[in-house]
Design a protein around this ligand. Structure first.
Ligand SMILES: [Zn+2]
Length: 406
């Protein structure tokens, strides 16, 4: 798991090293998971994250500095200690994560010349209003921390940290977070991706393809599978299947990727629009799961799996509002292809995030079973955060899947 997160960060261009965490290793690892989430959520310049000693002139338990436009973060081991006396931001149990969030958002201060000046104008305006309350009777209701008043950089870092981690953030912290989200959240990029995926499924691709090295991505995927040496039967089997899977280029393919059962190959079209924007690990895990299902598992003939589809569809309809909220802006699964595709299948295309096949597509039960199998298997193999829902609302499906593969 540790190596998994480190690898994920490495793939995003971030070197992580928490070996110096000592007695706080568990907390440091938890912080690393949050850094992984943060760097999925925001465009950042973070290139390294280290737990270790920083210069003792530091006024905080960590530091962020920039070299050649890339930000390096160091967090002291002791930053992960819970200390109620200095929990100024009211983070409670999440206090050990505070320094990581604080230093994370300092990448914005570090790369100031590259950041839209309008961003800093908006942050300064909030800070002015905030300081204007000082001395008034409601100051302690809205106060963020003493350190937040130091300068605009620390105001930003303290407010962001509080808005992200406290159950009762200052309204000014929330306003700061809104501004950070507006300028730095990857949302726009992801929405673009979803639109493309939706267009592709509707058979109307748009935009330009660009150079991608699918063979190399596949070789990387393969070597990661080999290295894992998992005791998990399904994972080991996927490694075997992956070794023997043929990946063929086909410039006529009407989709970026597809498993072709008749030929037993995975095809890709290097000129497909935005093919380079896909999460290749997800694509490969998904397509190879399809292949395994076709050749071995036969999910569409598995009574228990088919029953689980009915049960989970019923549960999704019964909790319609909650599920819809997953896909709203800022929702838990707004950016999840897997969950969106699963919900789309369960509701015959009626409910979905930004992506999903049409109602006609889902009218074939075998297609529905295979697509669900591939999504669940990919989320399982890659240990995606979506697994949480596979053990929650979708647990019958996951159980039936597990019985098939384990
Ligand atoms: Zn700071």
């Amino acid at each position: 798991m540790n190596d998994n997160i480190k690898q994920r960060l490495f793939d995003k261009g971030i070197q992580a090293n928490i070996e110096e965490a000592g007695e706080y290793h568990k907390e440091a690892f938890e912080a690393l998971k949050h850094l992984d989430k943060l760097t999925d959520e925001y465009r950042s310049t973070i290139a390294s994250y280290t737990v270790g000693k920083t210069a003792h002139t530091q006024t905080e338990y960590g530091m962020a500095y920039t070299l050649n436009g890339k930000t390096a973060i160091t967090v002291q081991p002791i930053a992960h200690r819970v200390n109620k006396a200095i929990d100024a931001l009211g983070l409670g149990k999440k206090q050990p994560l505070g320094t990581t969030y604080h230093e994370f958002v300092h990448f914005l201060s570090q790369s100031r010349e590259k950041v839209d000046p309008e961003f800093w104008k908006e942050i300064r305006k909030i800070k002015r209003e905030y300081e204007g309350i000082r001395g008034k009777s409601n100051w302690f209701d809205i106060k963020i921390s003493d350190y937040a008043s130091k300068d605009v950089d620390e105001f930003l870092a303290e407010a962001f940290t509080q808005a992200k981690l406290s159950d009762t953030p200052s309204p000014y912290s929330k306003r700061v977070l809104d501004v950070v989200d507006k300028y730095f959240k990857k949302e726009i990029q992801n929405r673009k991706k979803y639109k493309i995926k939706a267009a592709e499924w509707a058979g109307q691709p748009e935009g330009e393809g660009r150079g991608v090295n699918i063979k190399k991505s596949y070789a990387d995927f393969l070597s990661r599978l080999r290295e894992e040496q998992s005791l998990d039967a399904h994972k080991s089997r996927m490694a075997l299947y992956a070794e023997s899977t043929q990946i063929l280029e086909d410039n006529e393919l009407p989709a970026p990727f597809a498993y072709i059962p008749d030929l037993d190959v995975i095809k890709y079209n290097p000129n497909a629009p935005y093919i380079g924007d896909y999460d290749m690990d997800y694509v490969f895990a998904h397509e190879i799961s399809y292949r395994m299902d076709e050749l071995e598992y036969h999910s569409w003939e598995n009574e228990k799996f088919l029953q689980a589809i009915e049960i989970c569809a019923g549960k999704v309809y019964a909790q319609r509002e909650k599920v819809q909220n997953w896909f709203e802006p800022g929702g838990q699964y707004e950016q999840s292809f897997a969950v969106s595709d699963i919900i789309s299948a369960l509701t015959n295309g009626e409910m979905a995030g930004m992506v999903g096949h049409s109602e006609a597509y889902w009218s074939e039960i075998w297609l529905k079973a295979m697509e669900l199998f591939a999504d669940i298997s990919a989320a399982d193999i890659l240990e995606l955060p979506e697994k949480e829902e596979l053990r929650g609302l979708l647990k019958e499906l996951f159980k039936a899947y597990e019985e098939m593969v384990r």
